[in-house]
Design a protein around this ligand. Sequence first.
Ligand code: ZN
Length: 524
Amino acid sequence: MSTLSQVQVSSRRESVVRALTSPDLASIVDLVVWVEVDADTPSTSPVAMAASHIGRVRLHLDGRHEVYEGRDPIASEDPMAFLPYDRECARPGPLRSGENAYPYAAWRILSLFADATRSPDVAVIHTPRHFFPEQGGHVGEHGSLDVIQSRAPLLLSGRGVAAHGFVNAHARLVDVCPTLAVLAGVPDVNLHDGGGQPLDGHVLTAYIGHEQVVKPKVIGILWDGAHCGDLLHLAESGELPGVARLIDNGVALRGGAVAHFPSVTLTNHTSILTGLGPGRHGILGNVFYDRGTGQQVVANDSATWHRSAEWLRPEVRTVFEMVNSQGQHRDGLRGDSPQGDFPRTACINEAVDRGADYSTMAIIRGSGIPSGAAGLGDRLPDAANSIHLHDPAHLSDSYYSWGTQVDDLGLEQIRQLWGSLDSAPTLTWWAGVVSDAGHHAGGPRSDIARDSLRDCDSRLMSFLEHLDGLGITDQVTFLLTADHGFEGSDPSVTGSWRQALERLDIPFRDEGPGFIYLLADRDT
Ligand SMILES: [Zn+2]
């Protein structure tokens, strides 16, 4: 297989960028981003670039924007944009280039393009309203660099957390890993990747106490795709009593936590649980291409979740590995080892599970079902019997139905793991999926999206009541987050950029769609 020279890549990329920023694609292409080595400075470090039909900008890590054509397409990087929540509701899905905000644009773009063989040559960002069901799009979508699709909720609560209630602040999803690790007893000096390099995320010290907690018990909860603004709004309206209870005993960030780009599931689950951006952990997207192997990687699929560790880059350490590195590692699941030996780390319904003593995905790997979680079928509880389901009509959506089954099984797992304070893991990670199904099906604020949050909250309440019954709730530290936000598409905003690229007569792959890889040969 031949390869393109740097000069060929640059000239072909320029053709691709010109084609994609044509005004007739403006309703579906929000931005095109890539990186270039800065010719004006002696260093060879790359610079993030962004373009739309209104202009082009060079984005520097120190926050400088160098507009070199037209107007700045990244007019704002404000992570607190469209707050308070009324402002987002009043103007959902900004239409025009220049109206949206893209937090940490340079930092996130540079991370996406930092992988040696998996980064695309150009990434295309859909407009918030782009509706593309023929290419896998949904009514509710995420994946953009923009603030709303990148805004996940972030709550801390319980033991060792200062009860500030709502605060006008934000964090980043890469901060979750080091924060969970420190809460679970990992000293600051051990917060690094496998090569000893610092993590991309920082410990959220503003919200947690300074004194070391004796025998910490930490539970991280992820509700996939839970919309930050609507989650907090429903909690304040009394509709999510479990979330409201966590906030009463802790803190909720109005600006949530900023996801990495693309704001898709497996990229951010991995950032959350490793403290690294995609350029370091290697999970560039839910689907990406690896030039090193010549293969497409479909990482975020119920049939491949249990294989996620195969795609992690060698220097990655998961939060489970960090916590287990403290003191002697105890292998095996509860009951496999001598009496009194319980898992120190547990990972429920989560793909990024490497190192966890207890893991749903490890059970799936051990079961030998080749199709993984997708093949669990009749081993899952019946969705129609779920006591947490607010509206049985949602079960006609197959993803919602499957999510209900998986989440009911998740609750069962965490209740078993938490039979007593002594036997409970030091760190429990509990992921739920039905919230993603609800938001994809109807978009944020739809009945099905809100019911999915109510279903999640019902499971949370059930678990909190279980802890109350044991009399141990106040011994536990909680963190609740998601992997990305959501925006609703507009059924009238359709189309594809594919024809515009094909007209260039340049060999390429478009994974996602949105990751453009330039190829030397047509049939690779
Ligand atoms: Zn997700």
